[in-house]
Design a protein around this ligand. Structure first.
Ligand code: NAD
Ligand code: TYD
Length: 352
């Protein structure tokens, strides 16, 4: 289906992946009106979009997806004809200490958007699409062998992945029950510019800069499949425009790393970039108490999106990691602002 949507609601566009998706759509499709809806939690940051915020086809809506009335009103007012839904609570460790906020935003918030879309589109689903962005974590954990395919059963282990699995099920159920057209994609771990320094790679880059300890959970022999965030955004663009109704796509980097090997590589690259002696950053590695319910291994079989839509990652891990480090080193103010909560001041100055 070659979609012809012109008024796209992108939720969570001030966050890490969302900001890259918003930028890609605003720049690639000047005829589309792109509405970025975000409540600006700690993870949302309008600085991520400074370069495109004055474009005519970009609009920012500060709203909470948990507020059903506000979401319904916006659908009536703005007449969105498609949704790309990224807004979520996204960090596993936070979901362990406060699961309820994950249920609220990831499940109820998604339900609010589904209801608003269903009501607004009222059975006229021609050229409408609800594209839900999900994660490979819904599949649970792999052993030494095998890959997650689109047919792998859901088996979530953390409150985060359980809440994402719940939202995926509701999207699918709205498709089956009400005929709402949808696409779901499940992606592996992303990395790149603008990622909040609570996730492994930006947290460790920040700590290496500050010569703080690098807290490795357990024995560090956990495996993740890493994808450069811009390649995820490109995959979303392709699936949005070319994906069939009810399609699901796994998106991954074909790029598995044990945490400890990745951390060693990161330390070596950072030593070079910072002009430190080789081995200096690795001395900061410190093994700490493991994460409860820690999934051993994630790895995606991305052959469906590769064969059907012609997508594959455009950068190698070494290239992507170097670009990422360079971005954080060139944007130390960004890091300082998000870690000190200063970006709220930016927001108030800009919009209040
Ligand atoms: P993020 O935490 O960086 O950003 C989330 C954004 O959602 C923030 O801008 C935040 O302000 C906004 N938000 C949160 N709660 C909201 C609410 N109630 N109302 C409106 N806005 C709200 O997350 P991310 O890493 O960019 O992930 C984006 C999406 O992609 C999520 O759905 C996540 O589950 C999924 N995903 C992430 C990864 C990854 O590696 N980061 C991998 C696969 C899938
Ligand atoms: P993370 O970036 O939180 O992503 P996810 O848990 O969604 O995969 O963590 C990536 C891996 O790094 C995961 O195995 C947990 C581990 N990790 C640490 O060892 N130390 C840390 O401080 C963090 C944040 C993660």
């Amino acid at each position: 289906m070659e979609n012809v949507q012109k008024r796209i609601l992108i939720t969570g566009g001030a966050g890490f992946i969302g900001s890259h998706v918003v930028r890609l759509f605003v720049e690639t499709y000047p005829d589309y009106q792109v509405y970025n809806l975000d409540s600006l939690t700690y993870a949302g940051n309008l600085e991520n979009l400074r370069d495109i915020e004055n474009k005519e086809n970009y609009h920012f809506l500060k709203e909470d997806i948990n507020d059903a009335n506000a979401i319904n009103s916006l659908f009536k007012e703005c007449k969105f004809d498609s949704v790309i839904h990224l807004a979520a609570e996204s960090h596993v460790d936070r979901s362990i200490t406060d699961p309820l906020v994950f249920v609220k935003t990831n499940i109820i918030g998604t339900l609010n958007l589904l209801n608003a879309a269903k009501e607004q589109w009222k059975g006229d689903f021609e050229n409408k699409i609800f594209y839900h962005i999900s994660t490979d974590e819904v599949y649970g954990t792999l052993g030494e062998e095998g890959l997650f395919t689109e047919d792998t059963s859901y088996d979530p282990n953390s409150p985060y992945s359980a809440s994402k699995a719940g939202s995926d099920h509701f999207v699918r159920a709205y498709g089956e029950t009400y005929g709402l057209p949808y696409i779901i994609s499940n992606c592996s771990n992303n990395y790149g510019p603008n990622q909040f320094p609570e996730k492994l790679i930006p947290l460790f880059i920040n700590n290496i800069i500050d010569k703080e300890n690098l807290p490795v959970y357990g024995d560090g022999k956990y495996t993740r499949d890493w994808l450069y965030v811009v390649d995820h955004a490109i995959a979303i663009d392709l699936a949005f425009h070319k994906g069939e109704n009810k399609a699901t796509y796994n998106i991954g980097g074909f790029n598995e790393w044990q945490n400890i090997d990745l951390i060693q590589l990161l330390c070596r690259l950072m030593d070079k970039k910072l002009g430190r002696t080789e081995g200096e950053s690795a001395k900061l590695i410190s093994f700490v108490r493991d994460r409860p319910g820690h999934d051993k291994r994630y790895a995606i079989d991305a052959s469906k999106i590769n064969k059907e839509l012609g997508w594959s990652p455009s950068v190698t891990f070494e290239e992507g990691l170097e670009k990422t480090i360079d971005w954080y080193l060139a944007n130390k103010d960004w890091l300082t602002n998000v870690t000190s909560g200063k970006y709220q001041e930016y927001y108030n100055k800009q919009y209040k």
